[in-house]
Design a protein around this ligand. Structure first.
Ligand code: HSE
Length: 436
């Protein structure tokens, strides 16, 4: 029996520091759970002159990846450096060398996951990545293990804390977009490039990972329709409230007749839905399985300790496997490699959804009937309408909710409507979900 589990840590940024902190503060507890101590043997940093974590010897830091990958005392390589290269090369080398890998690298998994999953499966090592989606929320483990009995029917996720924080501030405090973004950056939640948060790319990375393991299909990241929150105005947030809806940036995936919907966009959800109540930097994922029904996973989706919690929990899982000879027992992508089936990802134009429209129109008789006429011709049925203000001969917002319609029809109708002389601005369209 091994007398300890050795860790090689790649990167010592926010998450790496959280990992060190947790391994220290909960070292005894972790030892009781694993059976032997878990010890950081080497830490890879770009610059060896940077400060060493307190109480650690200076020679724990290395700038040479070989000292980790070729080190027989290291059982698990923990990649928390982020980015594509050299992270990807390091992970592949580690796998080739028979090391188990834990990573929190969502962008890498979203784009190059297939290569990494098959490398780990072929080599029979563990590749765990709980920290890559929703920080401390154990949603990967839930999909891979806790819900493994189910056909997953749908996933609705608030998976980006930065955009949720911004929308929350705009909804409840009437704050401007810029102020709210600065606040979340100060809290350390935003990505180095916050356009990843605001434009939905970070959420799409996470959705790609979830879809892959939920449905057992490779996902081409480019096929995930992605729209961020930069076009959301306080006006739309307020009109949504009048209809009893909240605006949220949702990552949505549904299984539809053998095809998969996978999309990230601002969405109106009923105020009564649990996901509508998830505010601030918190994340939540609402997953429905055919046997279990709806489930909700909620918690902190970023930060040193929440993400560190996910990474260290993965380390514990892998350590337990090492000690019992169980590495490779759980396939990285949840389904066994040979049983994964590529599924069609539906084009956004083919989805069926309800819609919120805000038209900016001249306030004069007959405008509503012209708009509703065009909508009718495109098989779009109106559920409710409100007109705000009265500006005879001037512009007013005309706000509408529809029943279910095909997105392609909606786009064609809006093209026609926006060409009308009585319509003075591009129409705002936001998809609406009941979240069932
Ligand atoms: N920028 C991400 C967020 C961090 O705001 O949720 C965690 O992935």
């Amino acid at each position: 029996m091994k007398d300890k589990i050795g860790i090689g840590l790649l990167g010592l940024g926010t998450v790496g520091s959280g990992v060190i902190d947790i391994l220290r503060r909960n070292g005894e507890l972790i030892k009781r759970r694993v059976g032997v101590p878990v010890e950081v043997i080497k830490i890879l940093r770009k610059d060896s002159n940077k400060p060493v974590p307190a109480d650690m010897p200076r020679n724990i830091i290395t700038t040479d990846i070989k000292e980790i990958i070729d080190n027989p005392d290291i059982d698990i390589v923990v990649e928390v450096m982020g980015g594509f290269e050299p992270a990807k090369g390091y992970i592949l080398n580690a796998i080739e060398n028979g090391k188990n890998v834990v990573t929190a690298n969502k962008a890498l998994l979203a784009i190059n996951g297939e290569e990494l999953y098959s490398a780990a499966s072929e080599r029979g090592v563990d590749l765990y990545f709980e920290g890559s989606v929703c920080g401390g929320i154990p949603v990967i483990k839930a999909l891979r293990e806790g819900l493994a009995a189910n056909k997953i029917e749908s996933i609705y996720g608030i998976v980006n804390g930065t955009s949720n924080f911004i929308i929350t501030k705009m909804t409840h405090e009437g704050k401007g977009f810029g102020d709210a973004l600065r606040e979340t950056q100060a809290l350390g939640y935003a990505e180095a490039d916050p356009t990843f948060d605001i434009e939905g790319i970070d959420a799409a990375h996470k959705l790609s990972i979830l879809v892959n393991i939920a449905f057992g299909t490779p996902v081409d990241f480019k096929e995930i329709y992605t729209e961020g929150i930069s076009g959301i105005s306080p006006m739309d947030i307020n009109y949504a409230k009048e209809f009893n809806f909240r605006v949220k940036l949702l990552a949505i995936s549904k299984m539809k007749n053998g095809s998969v919907e996978a999309r990230v966009h601002p969405t109106l959800v009923p105020c009564s839905h649990l996901i509508a109540t998830v505010d601030g930097v918190f994340n939540a994922v609402y997953i429905t399985g055919d046997a279990v029904g709806p489930t909700l996973f909620y918690g902190k989706g970023a930060g040193d300790l929440p993400t560190g919690s996910a990474v260290v929990s993965d380390i514990i899982d892998v350590a337990r496997n090492i000690l019992k000879g169980g590495n490779g027992r759980i396939p990285p992508a949840s389904f066994r490699e040979e049983n994964r089936i590529p599924l069609k990802i539906l084009n956004i134009d083919d989805i069926v959804s309800m819609y919120y429209f805000r038209f900016t129109v001249l306030d004069m008789p007959g405008v509503l009937s012209r708009i509703s006429g065009i909508l009718g011709e495109h098989k779009i049925s109106i559920a409710s309408v409100i007109q705000k203000g009265r500006q005879e001969g001037g512009n007013v917002p005309l706000v509408m909710m529809t029943h279910e319609a095909v997105e392609r029809n909606v786009k064609n109708a809006l093209l026609e409507i926006d060409r009308l002389t009585v319509v003075s601005e591009k129409t705002v369209m936001i998809r609406v979900e009941e979240g069932k």
